[in-house]
Design a protein around this ligand. Sequence first.
Ligand code: HEC
Length: 132
Amino acid sequence: MRILFPLILAVLMPFARAATAPAEPYVAEARRQAPSFTPSAERGGAFFRRAFAVTEKMPACASCHTENPLAVGRHVVTGKDIRPLAPAANGERLADAAKVEKWFGRNCKEVVGRPCSAAEKADFVQFLVEVR
Ligand code: HEC
């Protein structure tokens, strides 16, 4: 038993970390602007579904990703399938910080018409992490 417990912990730790880690850099950045900032999955979900209507073709993030981040999306321009955004449905999501940042860059510019703020990114990542 004395050996088993640390062993179980060692096996489970990486999963526990993966569940909280992706939002951390964005949370830290948002707190530099507003020290009391706490990421909100609820705000992140509202952001995901909100119609920014900057362009007719892709008014919202949900235009391509659907309103359900557990579902397979469809690119409004190319018609190609997009695998689910939520880690609960697609284990590759939020694992590569550079990839996440690249797609925030591209998608925020197209949909929101400006770069997303650190707070918006933190909320959105929190939403994806929590959704089941
Ligand atoms: C025009 C279609 C389209 C729209 C609209 C769109 N996305 Fe995406 N998004 C994509 C595609 C394509 C990928 C990358 C393909 C893949 O990894 O399956 C992607 C990938 C991502 C990723 C990478 C996740 C990861 O870990 O792999 C994030 C985060 C993301 N999008 C967020 C957003 C947000 C936030 C919005 C709204 C501001 C948005 N997307 C709007 C098409 C879109």
